[in-house]
Design a protein around this ligand. Structure first.
Ligand code: FE2
Ligand code: FE2
Length: 273
């Protein structure tokens, strides 16, 4: 992925696509209904995306002195993340109307909101932007894997649209990171520390809570569900893309980047097993 150079994205308001563009009537409901994996992946993703506004508020507060970036967070990033939640919920309720999504979401949110406090942000704004790049790396690669795994055209289209939004978020967070990196005089060690903290966090955070609540809703053994699912996702997970995006804020020279990609890719494949 190339470093973004455009600044026009900052001023655009609202999501880049609308829910009405998704033809939910085309879903092959009979085929999808029986699949526990899609139940868990769609349901847990809808929980995490729907809870985004709590985090957005924290970020907007953190970047309150930055009018331009704050406006982008409120007018582009938050509406898109919330639309992701609405779209995934609409898909879920179309296929599994008998489940009480709202009740399960409330249970998820109760637990999730306790983790989502301003104190959990990185010590500097530049480092927080590195952390946001890692989160968007996680979502980009998750939806790419979901699009490849699902075998259902409407969900594949939805996951691809969301994936493209997450790439756009990554690019904006990365561009803002470059600005704050210069402003704060961030060194590579600071960037590496922020990457490391957020990657460690990804393994035990909101996605796990969401998956546990989704599994409970389906009446599945929560301990069983992630292991089975991660094994399936691991076969399709775009490891090279994840490593490339995660390392980008370090701004390594090309040779150094290639040298670092291999062992990190191996570590990530090991995690996914
Ligand atoms: Fe999202
Ligand atoms: Fe995003």
């Amino acid at each position: 992925m190339q470093a973004p150079t455009s600044t026009s994205d900052v001023h655009a308001a609202g999501p880049r696509w609308q829910l009405t563009q998704i033809d939910f009537a085309r879903i092959d409901v009979d085929n999808v209904r029986a699949r526990d994996d899609l139940f868990l992946l769609v349901c847990s993703a809808s929980f995490v995306e729907s809870g985004t506004d709590t985090y957005t508020r924290n970020l907007v507060t953190y970047f309150a002195q930055d009018a331009e970036f704050g406006a982008w967070l409120q007018q582009r990033w938050e509406p898109e993340e919330l639309q992701h939640g609405r779209a995934l919920r609409a898909y879920f309720e179309r296929v599994w109307p008998e489940y009480d999504w709202q009740r399960a979401y409330d249970g998820f949110f109760d637990e999730y909101a306790r983790l989502c406090v301003v104190d959990a942000l990185e010590p500097t704004r530049g480092q927080e932007l590195v952390a946001r790049c890692i989160v968007e790396t996680g979502t980009t690669t998750y939806y790419q894997a979901l699009a490849d795994l699902c075998g259902e055209p409407v969900l594949a289209e939805l996951a691809s649209r969301i994936r493209n939004d997450e790439v756009g978020h990554y690019k904006q967070f990365y561009r803002q990171f470059l600005k704050y990196r210069d402003r704060e005089g961030l060194r590579r060690a600071h960037v590496a520390a922020a990457i490391w903290r957020r990657v460690a966090e990804l393994r035990r955070s909101d996605a796990d809570i969401a998956l546990r609540h989704a599994a409970q809703l389906r009446g599945l053994d929560a301990a069983f569900a992630p292991r089975e699912l991660y094994a399936r996702l691991a076969t399709l997970y775009p490891v090279e893309l994840a490593v490339r995006m995660a390392l980008k804020p370090l701004r390594l020279r090309a040779g150094m980047q290639r040298w670092a990609e291999r062992p990190l890719g191996a570590v990530m494949r090991h995690w996914l097993q």
